[in-house]
Design a protein around this ligand. Structure first.
Ligand code: NAD
Length: 482
């Protein structure tokens, strides 16, 4: 067992946090540094008993935490945010070591986490009197749900974990975070840090193998699962949660289109689209995954985005000047490479990239496939890596229909200096977040969620807080005689 001290060593001693204590397990495992294949430190492999213990501790904690004032919860979240900020440099280094993203983006993720904690803590769910007269008052209130579970993927382990912790604890619910087995390190340390600011059982983190997620979703104790990950897994989570009618929020995959009209500054837009398609080496749910450029500017746009893509530096995220790290894990690396094997088989035209170096680490060359068929794999599936199709269009209604012709609906964008044209198109796109002349810009005060198979419900903003509560209507008749 570890001990919780005033200072945090980010680089050794990785423990579960159960009921305010740092605990480990008989069996342990480790992740891999994706830039060099070297093992990262050992982490716990939680057992069903650990799950039972964490759920029991959370249930106990719920009794008092659900009764604390909004001010008290907010104070704890803000103190936690300040502490995370104090350790941002070490958290950033650890994130690069486990996730692969270049250091400046890793530190950027920690900063975003701090920003999310602070912004969400400014929100408050107030009771609302929706009707009142001499005889009666009708009040709508939001009551805490109980124990919640946050299941987190490996692409943004810190930001996505704090984006679940904050709304859960601010609304009075203890939370158990389950990181991806590929990236448990920062989340375990978040749990350790949280023990200094929250009572035992309010914020707990369990690491484990592939059994842990299903154990948590099937367990009768938790009242809600907030899940971020793939659509395939999201369906399993919902199926499992249905047996106990747990509430679910599902943040799932995307195949975001970007529609580029002819009314643009080609060089500026090509750079932005390139940056947004290849951000985090394509491992972003909201990365641009289909580029539709107006036919009349295709050649110029292609040349500009190719020139930009050639400036990207792929490598170990700790090296100076590296803009794009490796893919996070071997499973994802092998999956993305199947799109590269399809290049020859499907006779795709490569505008840039197309070949990967044979060297240690899961490195993939940023690649653009020029004008593949609309029904090709690269135009329909989510590779979750730095390979993207460049498609063309000429008819506005047709490109809108093509952009919407997918089961996914996470994000979408329109690019034009004619704001009327851009908003006209934007309003017809079927996605949870739609941008004009940008993409992937998120705001903790805005709801974030997907349409269609990109998810159910949404997170963040005041509505995201409500999703961690039950609604209750109080019908108050003022007199027994009335
Ligand atoms: P994943 O679905 O494989 O795993 C996500 C998490 O679920 C991990 O913690 C994993 O251990 C856990 N898990 C796996 N099987 C489970 C089960 N049966 N029951 C419960 N938990 C289980 O996803 P990933 O590969 O880690 O992440 C990539 C995917 O996530 C992409 O599709 C991406 O678009 C999506 N994503 C979505 C958002 C969003 O907010 N919409 C954000 C980031 C990533």
């Amino acid at each position: 067992m570890g001990s919780i001290g005033a200072s945090l060593d980010l680089f050794s001693g990785f423990y579960n946090t159960i009921n305010g204590k740092l605990t480990t397990t008989e069996k342990t495992r480790h992740g891999i540094n994706p830039a060099n294949g070297k093992p990262n430190p050992e982490v716990p492999v939680s057992t069903p008993k650990d799950v039972d213990d964490a759920v029991a501790a959370a249930k106990e904690a719920f009794k008092s935490w659900s009764k604390t004032s909004n001010e008290e919860r907010k104070k704890a979240v803000l103190a936690f945010a300040d502490a995370l900020e104090r350790y941002e440099s070490d958290f950033g280094k650890l994130l690069t070591q486990e996730q692969g993203k270049p250091l400046q983006f890793a530190v950027g993720e920690i900063k975003a986490g701090v920003h999310w904690l602070r912004s969400l803590s400014k929100l408050e769910l107030k009771e609302e009197t929706i009707e009142e007269d001499e005889e009666k008052r009708v009040v709508v209130r939001h009551t805490p749900l109980g124990v919640t579970v946050g299941i987190v993927p490996w692409n943004f382990p810190v930001q996505l974990a704090v984006g679940k912790i904050a709304p859960s604890v601010l609304t009075g619910n203890p939370i158990i975070i389950k990181p991806s087995p590929f990236t448990p390190y920062c989340d375990l340390k978040l749990g350790e840090l949280a023990q200094q600011y929250f009572p035992p059982g309010v914020v707990q983190v369990l690491s484990g193998d592939d059994n842990l997620g299903p154990w948590l979703t099937a367990h009768p104790g938790p009242d809600k699962i907030s899940f971020t990950g793939s659509t395939v897994t999201g369906k399993k989570v919902m199926e499992s949660a249905a047996k106990t009618l747990k509430r679910v929020t599902l943040e799932l995959g995307g195949k975001d289109p970007a529609i580029i009209t002819k009314n643009i500054n080609i060089d500026a837009v090509a750079q932005k689209i390139g940056a947004l398609a290849f951000a985090n080496s394509g491992q972003v749910c909201l990365a641009i995954k289909r580029i539709y450029v107006h036919e009349s500017i295709h050649d110029k746009f292609r040349d500009a985005i190719v020139a930009f893509t050639k400036t990207l530096k792929v490598g170990d995220g700790t090296e100076e000047g590296v803009t794009h790290g490796p893919l996070q894990n071997s499973m994802q690396y092998e999956k993305v490479k199947t799109f590269f094997s399809d290049i020859e088989k499907e006779k795709w035209t490569v505008a840039v990239g197309g070949k990967n170096e044979d060297k240690p680490g899961y490195f993939i060359t940023p690649t653009i496939i020029d004008k593949p068929a609309d029904d090709s794999r690269i135009a329909t599936e989510e590779p979750f890596g730095p390979i993207v199709p460049l498609l063309t269009w000429s008819d506005e209604d047709d490109v809108i229909a093509r952009a919407n012709n997918t089961k996914l609906g996470l994000g979408a964008s329109v690019w034009s200096d004619d704001l009327d044209e851009a908003t006209r198109i934007a309003r017809q796109l079927d996605a949870g977040s739609v941008w004009v002349n940008t993409h992937l810009e998120l705001d903790p005060n805005a709801p974030f969620g997907g349409h269609k198979e990109s998810g159910i419900g949404y997170e963040w903003g005041i509505g995201g807080l409500k999703a961690f509560t039950n609604i209750q209507t109080l019908y108050l008749k003022k007199k027994t005689s009335a």
